[in-house]
Write a protein that binds this ligand. Structure first.
Ligand SMILES: [Zn+2]
Length: 262
C-alpha cells in the first residue's frame, strides 16, 4: 500500500526505524523511551493522564499510575514520546488530560501531532493494514486489532478510519452531545452534524445516553437505518440498512460510534 503520511506520522516511523523495530509490541514502551534518552515514571497524578517536563536537555515523562488500563497508559506514554520527539524544544511542559487525548481536533496542533505520532508509533500503518486484509468488517475486527497492537478499542477505531479496509464513519459524543466526526476517504454519505446537538434519536449512541443501554458481544453490531445518521439524496431515495457499533466509556461518559453500510 502507498500511504501518505503526515509529518508526525513520518516522525513516528523514523523513531521506530532508529530503534530497529518493525513492530512496536516487540519491546516494552518504557524501554523504548529510555532508549530515546528520556526518563519514564508512573506516579499518581491528579486531573491529568500524562505529562512531559523538559529542563536543560533532560526530559521526564510521567504517566498517571491510576490509569486503569495498560492500553490507555501505553497510548498516553506514546503521546508524551511524541511531544518529546517533536516539541520538547518548543515548550518545557506538556500536561495532558483525558480530554486532550480524545479531542484531537480541539486541543490544538501540538496535541493533534502527538496523537498522530502515538497512533502511527503503536499501530504502524503497513502492519495495521495487513492485519485487516481479507477480514470482513465487524466489531470483532476492532477487538482483534486492539489486542494485536495493545491499544484501546477507541484507538483502534480511530486508526481504522484512516488505514482500515472498509469505509466507515465515526462520531464522538460526550454527555449526549455530538462533538466531532471522522470518516474514511471512500465513505460517501453526508451527516448533517451540528456541534453540541444530541445524536439522532434513532442512533445507538442516543439509546446509550438516554436509556443507559450498552450492547456487548454479538449484540454490539446494531441494525440502524441510513436516515438515522445521514441525509438522503432526495425525497424518493429508499432507506437502507446500516450498522452502528457504539462503545461507551462510562468513566468519562463519552461514546464513539462506528457506522457502516450493510
Ligand atoms: Zn499532549
Amino acid at each position: 500500500m502507498n500511504f501518505t503520511y503526515t509529518a508526525a506520522e513520518h516522525k513516528a516511523k523514523k523513531v521506530l526505524d532508529e530503534c530497529g523495530l518493525n513492530d512496536p509490541t516487540e519491546e516494552p514502551l518504557k524501554k523504548i523511551i529510555f532508549g530515546r534518552k528520556a526518563f519514564y515514571e508512573e506516579v499518581p497524578l491528579v486531573g491529568k493522564e500524562g505529562e512531559i517536563v523538559s529542563v536543560d536537555n533532560r526530559s521526564i515523562i510521567t504517566i498517571n499510575s491510576n490509569i486503569q488500563f495498560e492500553t490507555k497508559k501505553r497510548f498516553a506514554a506514546a503521546h508524551e514520546l511524541g511531544h518529546y520527539e517533536m516539541h520538547r524544544h518548543l515548550k518545557p511542559i506538556f500536561s495532558d488530560t483525558e480530554e486532550d487525548l480524545m479531542n484531537w481536533y480541539k486541543a490544538g496542533p501540538h496535541e493533534m501531532e502527538a496523537n498522530e505520532f502515538a497512533a502511527e508509533f503503536l499501530m504502524p500503518s503497513e502492519l495495521f493494514h495487513k492485519e485487516c486484509e481479507r477480514k470482513k468488517f465487524e466489531p470483532k475486527v476492532i477487538e482483534h486489532l486492539a489486542n494485536r497492537f495493545q491499544v484501546s478499542k477507541t484507538a483502534a477505531i480511530l486508526k481504522f478510519v484512516k488505514r482500515g479496509n472498509h469505509p466507515v464513519f465515526i462520531m464522538y459524543c460526550k454527555d449526549n452531545k455530538m462533538k466531532w466526526w471522522k470518516k474514511s476517504d471512500d465513505f460517501y454519505h453526508f451527516c448533517p452534524y451540528e456541534y453540541d446537538a444530541p445524536p439522532p434519536t434513532g442512533s445507538v449512541a442516543y439509546e446509550v445516553f438516554t436509556k443507559g443501554k450498552t450492547y456487548y458481544g454479538d449484540e454490539s453490531k446494531q441494525d440502524i437505518w441510513k436516515s438515522d445518521w445521514f441525509q438522503m439524496k432526495n425525497d424518493d431515495e429508499p432507506d437502507s440498512k446500516f450498522f452502528e457499533y457504539c462503545l461507551h466509556a462510562k468513566s468519562y461518559n463519552y461514546t464513539i460510534s462506528i457506522i457502516w453500510e450493510k
